[in-house]
Design a protein around this ligand. Sequence first.
Ligand SMILES: *Cc1c(COP(=O)(O)O)cnc(C)c1O
Length: 822
Amino acid sequence: MVRTNTFNKEEFKKDIKDNCKLLYRKNIDECDDQQKFQAVAYSVKNIIIDKWIATHKEYEKQDVKIVCYMSMEFLMGRALGNNMINLMAYDEIKEVLAELGIDINVIEDQEPDAALGNGGLGRLAACFLDSLATLEYPAYGCGIRYRYGMFKQEIKDGYQIEVPDNWLKDGNPFEIKRDEYRYEVKFGGYVRSYRDEKTGRDMFVQEDYRSVIAVPYDLPVVGYGNNTVNTLRIWDAEPVNTFNLNSFDKGDYQKAIEEENLAKNIVEVLYPNDNHYAGKELRLKQQYFFVSASVQRAVDQYKKHHDDCRKLYEKVTFQLNDTHPTVAVAELMRILMDEEGLEWDEAWDVTTKTVAYTNHTIMSEALEKWPLELFSRLLPRIYQIVEEINRRFVEEIKTKYPGDQEKIRKMAIIYDGQVKMAHLAICAGYSVNGVAKLHTEILEKQELKDFYEMMPQKFNNKTNGITQRRFLLHGNPLLSAWITDKIGDAWVTDLPQLKKLLPYVDDEKAQQEFMQIKRKNKVRLAKYIKEHNGIDVDPDSIFDVQVKRLHEYKRQLLNILHVMYLYNELKKNPDMDMTPRTFIFGAKAAAGYRIAKLTIKLINNVADVINNDASINGKIKVVFIENYRVSNGEIIFAAADVSEQISTASKEASGTGNMKFMLNGAMTLGTMDGANVEIVQEVGIENAVIFGLSSDEVIRYENEGGYDPMEIFNNDQAVREILTELINGKYSPEDPEMFRDIYNSLLSNQGGRRADTYFILKDFRSYAEAQKQIDARYKNSAGWAKSVMLNVANAGKFSSDRTIEEYVSDIWKLKKVHVPMN
Ligand SMILES: *Cc1c(COP(=O)(O)O)cnc(C)c1O
């Protein structure tokens, strides 16, 4: 690859030293590690800044169409290492720091993760930004600058404790505040309407509202090996007036305090719910806040060079990452009609050519349905517009299906006192996509069947992907160097090149090199675990990993129940032939998700008992890694032998963790769910271990009202044994009742909730059998090496570069912009 920047080591070294002086009035050797990190980050920003300016100059000059990727979440992780990688300056900067006596890993570890997201959905947004910049597409990420991102997880006595994540405490060296792009966002009050006598138009004005000022902060998104630097624009809230405490006007005083509080609260914290709708008023405020500011900015940007808003869609498109930003539909209508003077039909034509929607889940508890009362009180003008969109849509349904009241009940945007955001997004969007082949099929055939029948042309699939720049090149430098040594470095921007590794999978020497690298990565993780958990783990054991958000559908419970089962088997038969296994978990649970938090406690208590039982000779170890996030994820993926992807079939829309493991040479142990289906298709079923009910079977059982887990309890002695251990104090001697709720969730129907909703007992035997297969397969070391090398070689499809090219050609229709540097 041609280096696009001429990196000068001596200049860079001087720049770091200068930054130490400018920022801290210190020589570099007097700075602490955090200060050194800041100095290095500003020096890297100094390389980025000219490219950033040039990129936006070129976009304006070429007057190209831009995608605004609208997302409540951007799970960016750390920026410094990634920026150095994408500038193709990582090794040089590492050398410069070494010459200054500084370890680059220590510097990178000073940076807090930008954890502005929960899990997969937020990380997808971050991977997409990386690919868009690398592929030279004009793009903005639009989101919220949460003061506190995803909470830090501490484990105390086995319990999860949530600690606020004050990620901006030391300042963010990469961000730039853009005071010139301030926008007012209005909440509440009422709508006054009148007839404009001159034009004869009906006018609508929001009165007696409370408002905040949205102020954007820009973060650079550096493309790999090119001059493109796109922008992640995250909005902060400031009060309209820094109010006057001495005000004698009581009315103003009250309003001023309310507006001060509104600004403070709105961007205070990220809601820690993954795949779950909580219906909180502040959440709706957050949504409208960043959407309104982003849409206002996009229209203003357009108007700088164009005067006809009826052609807005030629220059901008809004991609909605789930329904969270769906108020964008009504906000764009409002701006086009109330501020730009378009008629309804003109505004609707523009809007329905500008907005596109990505669906991320079919689980009913995740669907956003706002109570009418709340929605109309908070956003009175937006509500009027949604009402009118609904009125027209219902008319359309009536025309297409005369007399079919059922269709209206199922498809209306407003029904039963609720505003259904998915219905609004589908009705107004020009594209509706699922995130894996199976997921899109389920949308079309089941969940969104009626919509698919009425507007099939909108529906399409875009299987998710991940960026290999972060999850291989940065996270796994040893494997990256090995791959590049074998096949060259084109895979960094063209992941299907990994197929060129195929000739090596049967080569004994290559297999040994590959497994030696895996072992070194396991030693790196073992060291991390020793430092953070105080537990010794054996790098020659199988590293069996499940890291992802804690959710019942992801079935961490199935995993730990199997560990309990395996432990019993081993106790009964101490000479049992098995390769030592380290079961590694990492997961945050939403703060209010009781059964999820109890599952964390169960995992930790089981770990305590097993890790301290000398009689099993360390054949099983269980580790719960605290505070799983992007930065320690990079270390974990590189070290995994087994990738646990065991969701109840039909529940995981895609998954992207599965792809990170595959790319790093782990074998998937999984159900036929989400993108696992496509992983198996790419790598071959013989190079993965698949178990459990199919999505069709799960859906059939659900339609029949479930199955009877008591039948399994009564007939399977080993299962009965582990379930009994949940309530006999084996893992909680101080409180035998501690895990009763988990026991009950598996065996009893509870208030409209089916026993074993997620088919854990139904799939247990099949899972235990699959786990035995893993053990057998690992014994054949050449066979194992070949299989995991085949996983890497066939991971090409799962680059987010491929996903983005599909979004561009099927949905966004963007043009590449090559940014020249003088
Ligand atoms: C990739 C990733 C996820 C998504 O993992 P899944 O297994 O697909 O749920 C969640 N959190 C972090 C930190 C990730 O990097």
